[in-house]
Design a protein around this ligand. Structure first.
Ligand code: XMP
Length: 513
């Protein structure tokens, strides 16, 4: 089945994939194309609408990207965002200049007034915050255009030629800071382009499966499954696409939470693939024995993981494709430059340099986390896998402070399971982005029955965050904390004291090691 298509014409802005994501969210299929794509090719896609993205340039720069003016003769509606808006104004005979300091140059959240008679603001409030990030100013708008939004500093933050279906906004409707931004994009799609909303994640799944089959042919595919959301969804997609040609290697390092290894294995039982679960607990514990320093623990685990994976890969022989569960935010973050290393994150996805293979497949590369989850559901993965909170590659090894023993790991597993159970039972899991227990290396005196105890202190950690770069400690209700504390101390041998971590990140990190 073919879908109505919207083209996102990419001029190099930072939010281009976010625009695409908003369009998909509105139930419309879209493709991001570089601005250099020949007009004939764009025309052949028979788009119902085109969105020009933002970009770092000024339209009057010598090297600034331009479009073939004939794009405005296609009879297809256009929405220009930021640079895209200025480019449209410039190309259609308006005038764009550098804004004078303090006048029309705007950055950040800005109170904006909208003309709700304009189709893209239809049904929305007349006033709201928009996210601005532009240094240029439309000194003169092209003929046929009306001004449809303004701020206190700038009279023309949105323009429209409703007859021809051309709209431009100086701010970014695709970012969350712009109130009703997605509604504006939805209005463009439905009110202006006449979208039918004929696209779903199910369609995305089918398209992805078809493309993977075409690419892989009868080749062999290898995937390192960590049990996290991304690698699990990638695995399910590949399993659906190429079945037996896929080998999933799941290195069970014995540092998972309670029953987690079995859950991961069970989730993949429905596919006829080569599923290899390597029970490597003993190996990992042996290597880690006596090691208390967090960075060295991470290193040992990272290296041992590679060893085990390598051995398994050798058994399979030559593979053609290696799959990685890279998602879009990883793509952005990995370009973030050289920030100081606070912790060496060991990510079981990144293994390309020691396995012999032809090419990497990254089937989730363009998706955001919640889209990945949605795709996982489409593929029939169980909810506990799809909604799994982030779990560090080194697992519980960095949640048992100091040196590790199997006994300590088992104690932590038991306590952590009770903690998670009670948080979910109280419905608090909806408000908290990550929560887990930490077995501190501290013992203290307690009294149980008539006897003295000298046992471990368990710390509970729970944070709210949107990006995991900064985080706030979660305000769990006292009665829930009370229940958790009582149950753990009563049910788990070796723990006689519970503390709750009330530090944010920064200055603390989310994990303790
Ligand atoms: P921190 O402790 O640095 O954690 O505030 C931020 C987020 O990253 C997770 N984390 C890891 N994830 N490998 C991973 O894949 C790691 O080594 C690792 N260390 C921390 C942590 O759980 C939190 O979500």
């Amino acid at each position: 089945m073919s879908h109505q298509t919207v083209i996102v014409l990419d001029f190099g802005g930072q939010y281009n994939q976010l625009i695409a994501r908003r369009v998909r969210e509105c139930g419309v299929y879209c493709e991001v194309k570089p601005y250099t794509t020949p007009l004939e090719q764009l025309k052949a896609m028979e788009p119902i609408g085109i969105i020009f993205t933002g970009g770092p340039n000024s339209v009057y720069d010598e090297k600034a990207p331009h479009v073939d003016p004939a794009i405005f003769e296609l009879g297809v509606p256009v929405l220009g965002i930021c640079y895209g808006c200025q480019l449209m104004a410039h190309t259609l005979g308006g005038q764009v200049t550098a804004a004078q300091e303090d006048t029309a140059r705007e950055y950040g959240k800005t109170e904006t007034y909208y003309d709700t008679a304009c189709k893209i603001f239809k049904g929305l409030p007349e006033k709201g915050i928009s996210w601005m990030s532009h240094g240029d100013y439309m000194a003169k708008v092209p003929e046929g255009f009306a001004l449809t939004a303004h701020t206190d500093a700038c009279p023309n933050v949105a323009i429209a030629d409703e007859k021809r279906g051309f709209y431009g906004v100086q701010y970014h409707p695709e970012v969350n800071h712009t109130e009703h931004g997605t509604d504006m994009i939805r209005n463009f799609l439905y009110e202006v382009c006449g979208a039918a909303g004929d696209w779903t994640m199910g369609d995305y799944k089918n398209t992805a499966i078809r493309e993977i089959r075409e690419k892989v042919g009868d080749g062999k595919v290898l995937l390192a499954l960590s049990g996290g959301v991304d690698s699990s969804v990638a695995a399910a997609l590949l399993a659906e696409a190429v079945g037996k040609q896929l080998t999933c290697v799941f290195v069970d390092h014995g540092l998972m939470r309670l029953n987690e290894g079995d859950e991961v294995e069970a989730a993949f039982a429905r596919w006829d693939i080569n599923f290899v679960r390597v029970d490597a607990e003993a190996r990992f514990l042996l290597k880690l024995a006596g090691e208390a320093e967090p960075e060295r623990k991470r290193k040992i685990i990272g290296e041992e993981f590679i060893r085990v994976f390598e051995e398994e890969a050798k058994k399979i022989g030559r593979v053609d494709y290696l799959v990685q569960g890279t998602i879009y935010p990883d793509v952005i973050e990995s370009g973030a430059g050289d920030a100081a290393v606070i912790k060496s994150h060991h990510n079981v996805g990144g293994l390309p340099d020691y396995v012999d293979f032809k090419e990497i497949i990254e089937p989730l590369r363009l998706l955001f986390k919640d889209e990945v989850r949605q795709l996982g559901r489409e593929l029939g993965l169980p909810e506990y896998l799809v909604m799994r909170q982030p779990f560090p590659g080194p697992g519980l090894a960095i949640r048992v402070i100091g040196d590790l023993t199997k006994e300590k790991l088992d104690t932590l597993r038991e306590a952590d399971a009770i903690y998670r159970e009670e948080i979910a039972a109280a419905g608090e899991d909806k408000n908290i982005n990550q929560y887990f227990a930490v077995l501190t290396n501290t013992r203290s005196v307690g009294v149980m029955g008539d006897g003295r105890t000298y046992d471990y202190t368990l710390a509970l950690r729970a944070v709210t965050t949107s990006d995991f770069m900064t985080a706030d400690w979660a305000r769990i209700p006292y009665d829930v904390l009370d229940r958790i504390s009582t149950r753990i101390v009563n049910e788990v041998k070796g723990i006689n004291r519970i503390v709750y971590d009330i530090t944010s990140k920064p200055p603390a990190t989310i994990e303790w090691e």
